[in-house]
Design a protein around this ligand. Structure first.
Ligand code: FE2
Ligand code: FE2
Length: 133
């Protein structure tokens, strides 16, 4: 299980709250898998992730446009990559059911992508906003 911790805070409340929710949901599916309830949970979480990630990324991208963030395009491309990863896990799930690979893929996304993205990319963008104030 990957816990959300304070080092992941960007300092922008609405963004931090959404990041926490993302962590919570992905952890829920990993836990459900561990207690053998994966089938409903994986499906529910993948659906949730697709919608939530869209909402979250749109909010960040709109803020970036509003503040004329110079790395907007790069940042948006990373979001698109993440969306593609979710779609891939979802189609794998639809073909194979909630096998270990699905949970591992979700786990890996949190560990290597979401966490890194927040620490490096989202933080840089929030720092930029704060530097304008
Ligand atoms: Fe982002
Ligand atoms: Fe984010």
């Amino acid at each position: 299980m990957i816990q959300w911790d304070q080092s992941l805070e960007t300092g922008f409340l609405a963004i931090d709250e959404q990041h926490q929710e993302l962590f919570k949901r992905v952890n829920e599916v990993i836990e459900a898998y561990n207690v053998g309830k994966a089938r409903q949970e994986v499906k529910k979480t993948l659906q949730f992730l697709e919608e939530y990630v869209h909402t979250h990324f749109t909010m960040e991208e709109e803020l970036q446009l509003q503040y004329k963030y110079p790395k907007y395009k790069e940042h948006k491309e990373m979001h698109e990559y993440f969306i593609k990863q979710i779609a891939e896990i979802k189609s794998r799930y639809e073909q194979n059911g909630p096998k270990i690979t699905v949970t591992m893929a979700l786990n890996r996304i949190l560990l290597t992508w979401l966490r890194e993205h927040i620490l490096r990319v989202d933080k840089a963008f929030v720092d930029y906003i704060h530097s304008l104030e």
